[in-house]
Design a protein around this ligand. Structure first.
Ligand SMILES: [Zn+2]
Length: 317
């Protein structure tokens, strides 16, 4: 993959923050962070039986608000950090916004983010709307979000309440090793999947889904979640199609596409469950099967048309 172009100004680098390391205010009872990987007998001292769940939830886009509410019945809430005192120069992104990132990995993330801003900016204009750019927070281990405490072990996620994508770069090692999806395009797919959730938020889709889930059985709620996730996969493909076109078809080749499809398959619910518990429980799926995830990503990638991503009306996923 060749990811050239400008970097985004919407990266919020919290990797050197250790505000979460000591006493994190309230609610969760300490014991963090959960080490990435979960393979080394990671300890969780928070008091809930979260470990198994976190392993299963180690998928893209797990909404920590929803997850923690599921498990802890709302007890996971905490008081957000107080806003920094107003200064003469208004700072949109708070004290952690930093100078342009210098390491190669975060520069890559920043270029992908910028490219999603360009592509979705265009698409929203075509729809007669305005795209509001999300922030992308780089963090290590754990960080505060409006959706609760974000854990690296959850994998990358989007928080609709603060419209930020949260990413611990350690997940890319997971992707390469545990999910056997090395290469940059799978990483870009992960980022653009999360951006897909932001697009859903801006289009009012996430709120609608959230609202509908409240009056649904868990089983139906999960089915709705699958459609939401597959749409984000499709949106990720739409981005890749357009970003590649903007670079004269030089951004990705067939090998990149194969790698990204492999990544989408590796994090299908069936694959994850088989790995975590040795069996597959379709009713509990929240993200879709390997085949479905690869198929919807492919659909967005082939068409570059977000209207092809109506997973909610699709008869067959
Ligand atoms: Zn997702």
């Amino acid at each position: 993959m060749q990811m050239d172009g400008d970097q985004s100004s919407n990266i919020e680098d919290r990797r050197s923050d250790d505000s979460m390391g000591g006493g994190m205010g309230g609610g969760m009872g300490g014991g963090f962070p959960i080490p990435m990987g979960g393979g080394g007998g990671g300890l969780f001292k928070g008091g809930f039986g979260l470990v198994a769940f976190v392993v299963i939830a180690m998928i893209m886009g797990a909404d920590p608000g929803a997850i923690l509410n599921d498990i802890a019945g709302g007890g996971a809430s905490y008081s957000p950090a107080p806003s920094p005192p107003p200064r003469s120069a208004p700072s949109q992104s708070g004290p952690s916004a930093s100078a342009p990132t210098t390491d190669a990995e975060s520069q890559f993330v920043s270029r992908v983010l910028k490219s999603t801003e360009d592509v979705w900016g265009d698409i929203f204009r075509e729809m007669g709307r305005q795209y509001r750019e999300p922030k992308l927070v780089l963090f290590r281990d754990a960080t505060r979000t409006e959706c609760g405490v974000g854990q690296a072990a959850m994998g990358p996620f989007y928080c609709p309440a603060d419209q930020r994508v949260y990413l611990d770069l350690g997940f890319f090692d997971e992707l390469a090793r545990r999910f056997r999806a090395p290469g940059q395009f799978p990483q870009a797919y992960v980022i653009s999947h999360e951006i897909g959730h932001h697009v859903q938020k801006l289009l009012g889709i996430s709120d609608k889904v959230q609202q509908m889930r409240q009056s649904m059985s868990r089983r139906d709620g999960n089915a709705l979640s699958v459609r939401t996730e597959l749409q984000a996969d499709c949106f990720a493909g739409v981005w890749a199609n357009r970003a590649d076109k903007q670079r004269g078809g030089r951004m990705i080749d067939d090998k990149d596409v194969d790698q990204a499809l492999a990544a989408a398959s590796a994090i299908g619910d069936d694959a994850l469950q088989r790995q975590a518990q040795g069996r597959v429980v379709p009713d509990s799926f929240t993200h879709g099967t390997s085949a479905q995830r690869a198929r919807w990503f492919r659909k967005g990638l082939d068409t570059g048309d977000p209207r092809q991503c109506d997973t909610f009306r699709a008869q067959q996923l």
